[in-house]
Write a new protein. Structure first.
Length: 90
């Protein structure tokens, strides 16, 4: 299988960047948070920008609707609701 590396420093492939984008990462900084790509020498940042393009960002759309955009935020909201239910029950 032929792998196309986007980030040589952390061996991040184009496929991985696209998977993170599909999961909601819309900017090079969000990709960096997900897999470190772009955080060492920085030579891959423009390639990451090109992969991300200027298309729709599902994360941005969720934020515009006032909804959590990350799985962690969804968990946090759920936990907060559970805490509120426990407090009401006490």
């Amino acid at each position: 299988m032929n792998r196309v590396y986007v980030c040589s420093c952390f061996a991040v492939t184009e496929k991985q960047v696209k998977e993170h984008a599909e999961a909601g990462a819309c900017t090079p900084r969000q990709i960096a948070s997900a897999c470190k790509a772009g955080t060492d020498c920085g030579s891959c940042v423009r390639r990451i920008q090109a992969i991300l393009g200027r298309g729709n960002c599902p994360r941005r759309e969720l934020l515009d609707q006032g909804m959590p955009a990350l799985a962690a935020e969804v968990t946090e909201v759920t936990e907060t609701a559970e805490v509120a239910q426990l407090r009401e029950a006490a």
